[in-house]
Write a protein that binds this ligand. Structure first.
Ligand SMILES: [Zn+2]
Ligand SMILES: [Zn+2]
Length: 315
């Protein structure tokens, strides 16, 4: 009897779950699209790789189920797999700029997709020297790629990759699911560094890329649902630079090319975004910096929702 009741309960639960799933499916069909999903893959700014903690910068958008990868810091392949996205489903990649924390795993990600059975074309958008970097990577893997084409009957990876170099702001890409625009930001000494804005049917999401405080970004991000902005915590930076011999130069570089949390708050408030996500955290590997410390400066200027980014977080 007890068993039968439990069975009934499970059947009833399964039935109500299937009803819920059914109505969700109908809603998605009515809208005609799957909802846009945002995942942070890596949230630590800077090129050093740590054994633990945050991975190097990368983000994922699933727009109508199709992956759009923004930046390819070291670890991006593994992090994508952890979100459940098969590497052979790659379709669109965007690089904000060519600092290594944003591109070190760009070539390997393409390769890993191919090793996983990639057959469709992949379009890659990013600043110079994107085409040369892609060719150089393919050249470095020429021996293996040629062997596998002959031995395993794979398509030629080099033919699948289409690069599109960006050298100014403006519209970058559009299909029937999303419109993507770029804004040249200020990240000296790199002149070609971009923020990207993705306007999908249901959500607008902006990635600052790497930039110092740059008020034009607020106009670019106007009324976006989510702004993923880089963030630097000054007392943490000061503690960090005290440990290195060239402290003054490093401090000067960081302040000239990245944004302090107070200024991130100013941008988010001026843009009127609904949600601000702090990512590309500098320093991103100092466990003594709490979420409250990250948001304290932001809160002085921004009254909306603030999220301190963590790897594999969905927003
Ligand atoms: Zn960076
Ligand atoms: Zn950078």
């Amino acid at each position: 009897m007890h068993l039968a009741r439990r069975k009934f309960f499970h059947q009833a639960l399964a039935f109500s779950l299937s009803l819920a799933a059914g109505s969700a499916a109908v809603n998605a069909q009515t809208a005609g699209r799957k909802p846009t999903r945002l995942f942070l893959l890596g949230t630590k700014g800077g090129p050093r790789v740590g054994a633990e903690g945050r991975a190097n910068p990368s983000n994922l958008l699933l727009i109508d189920g199709v992956p759009y990868v923004i930046d390819c810091g070291y670890g991006v392949s593994r992090q994508l797999l952890r979100t459940g996205v098969p590497l052979n489903s790659l379709r669109y990649l965007f690089l904000t700029h060519q600092h290594s924390d944003h591109n070190l795993e760009y070539g390997p990600l393409l390769y890993n997709g191919w090793a996983g059975g990639l057959k469709q074309r992949v379009d890659v958008y990013g600043p110079l020297p994107l085409a040369d970097m892609t060719d150089a990577f393919m050249q470095s893997m020429k021996f293996d790629i040629d062997v596998r084409i002959a031995d395993e009957g794979r398509p030629d990876l080099r033919q699948l990759i289409h690069t599109h170099e960006i050298d100014h702001g403006g519209p970058v890409f559009q299909n029937d699911a999303v419109k993507v625009g770029a804004l040249r930001v200020k990240h000296p000494p790199i002149a070609n560094a971009y923020a990207y804005r993705f306007d999908a049917a249901d959500r607008s999401i902006v990635f600052s890329g790497d930039t110092t405080y740059f008020p034009e970004l607020a106009t670019f991000a106007r009324d976006a649902d989510v702004l993923v902005h880089e963030a630097m915590y000054l007392p943490g930076v000061e503690a960090l630079v005290r440990r290195v011999p060239n402290a003054a130069t490093i401090r000067e570089h960081l302040l000239a090319s990245h944004t302090l949390t107070e200024d991130v708050g100013r941008i988010a408030q001026a843009a009127g975004v609904k949600t601000l996500v702090l990512s590309h955290l500098v320093p991103g590997d100092d466990p003594s910096i709490s979420d409250e410390m990250w948001t304290e400066g932001v809160r002085k200027h921004y009254g909306g929702r603030v999220i301190v980014g963590r790897d594999l977080m969905e927003i």
